[in-house]
Design a protein around this ligand. Structure first.
Ligand code: HEC
Ligand SMILES: [Cu+2]
Length: 344
């Protein structure tokens, strides 16, 4: 994380980074609703706490023991007093009912949200230890199909309060249970194999929001970081258009050799590059690799040095990673990295 922050903040075009997941500073609709109901619940609990501790303190101060000389008698025994027993049964039940109503109302409002036509639809698939991200488009028959695929970094539009544009996420897992959590945008939602969960964001601040996988999912769980880039509408549309287009950077001699290494090795059976024969789905889509800010789901900022390190042996940056050491020669590593750097 510390490794990544300077790289993120140094990017001139990149607006504010929210590195600390401050749950007291919600910047998106569901996060605010959760925040408000947690304040109500905390206040009720605070009142109870003050009442109980206040009464204990009062009794302790008012009636201290006088030691051996204490000739006061035992207080009156009230075992079986229905008035008192009713009071300490009914009042807590009423308080609990209020707490249940406050929280179920919020849960209902969040879960029953009707997505408007203009909502951005995204399907996120958790993998050990990275996130596959599909941007969806209508299939013309009332369903949704993949428009394009990317990984780890979710770009979503700003959702001004007067002109909201929510992003609707469908969460799936390719292997074990993960959990998608960006505290300033929404609460956490489990990502479960053979099951779909849903969540949504309506952020009113641009910037990069950091989050984590919040369910232990194996060795590199801690390096399964989440970045959500909230962008102004025009920037978001530009990003969408760039992602849909094929990479256009012309290849120089070394990048051409690198392309040969890439397609001559099994890279193609795990990675996809749109418009080529590389259609592997086991690893992240590399079509627009260089449009991301980090590699390995946040283990290192993206750049020539980190890509070299990764391609030479990914377990150096991410021990236990599911991409094998490809045993390339130093020259081949340079060539492949030159090719990867054209994937903008
Ligand atoms: C057995 C499957 C497999 C093979 C073969 C493979 N990779 Fe990977 N690769 C992965 C997986 C899985 C990840 C994601 C690891 C993670 O972040 O935990 C990955 C991640 C990457 C990334 C980082 C992508 C990102 O956005 O974070 C790059 C770059 C990469 N691979 C390049 C290559 C190259 C080049 C080759 C061939 C020399 C190759 N890979 C071969 C499975 C594979
Ligand atoms: Cu995980």
């Amino acid at each position: 994380m510390t490794l990544l922050l300077p790289a993120l903040t140094a990017r001139a075009a990149e607006p504010t980074v929210y590195p600390i997941s401050n749950m007291f500073d919600p910047l998106s609709k569901p996060a605010l609703m959760i925040h408000e109901s947690s304040i109500v619940v905390s206040l009720i609990c605070l009142v109870i706490f003050l009442l109980v501790t206040g009464m204990i303190a009062y009794v302790v101060v008012k009636f201290p023991s006088k030691g051996a000389s204490d000739d006061r008698q035992e207080p009156p025994q009230i075992y079986g007093s229905s008035q008192i027993e009713l009071a300490w049964t009914v009042i807590p039940i009423l308080i609990t009912v209020v707490l249940i109503l406050v929280t179920t109302r919020t849960i209902g409002e969040i879960q029953d949200k009707k997505m408007p036509e203009n909502a951005v639809r995204v399907t996120i698939i958790g993998h050990q230890w990275w996130w596959e991200i599909h941007y969806m488009k209508p299939d013309g028959k009332g369903g949704w199909i993949t428009d394009f695929v990317t990984a780890n970094e979710l770009h979503i539009p700003l959702s001004p309060k007067d002109k909201p544009r929510p992003t609707a996420l469908t969460l799936e897992s390719a292997d074990v249970i993960h959990s998608y959590w960006v505290p300033q945008l929404n609460g956490k939602t489990d990502v479960i194999p053979n099951h779909q969960n849903h969540m949504w964001f309506e952020p009113w601040a641009t910037g990069t929001f950091l989050g984590n996988c919040a369910e232990y999912c194996g060795t590199q769980h801690a390096n399964m970081l989440i970045r959500v880039m909230v962008q102004k509408p025009d920037e978001f549309e530009k990003w969408l258009a760039d992602q849909r287009a094929a990479p256009r950077t012309p290849l120089d001699a070394i990048a051409l050799q690198g392309r040969q290494v890439f397609f001559g090795n099994s890279c193609v059976s795990c990675h996809k590059i749109a418009g080529t024969v590389a259609v592997g789905l086991f690893g992240p889509d590399l079509t627009h690799l260089m449009a991301r800010t980090a590699i390995g789901s946040g283990v290192a900022p993206i750049g020539q040095a980190s890509l070299r390190d990764w391609v030479r042996n990914p377990a150096h940056l991410k021990p236990g990673v599911l991409m094998p050491d490809m045993q390339l020669s130093e020259a081949q590593v340079d060539q492949v990295v030159a090719y990867l750097m054209t994937l903008k």
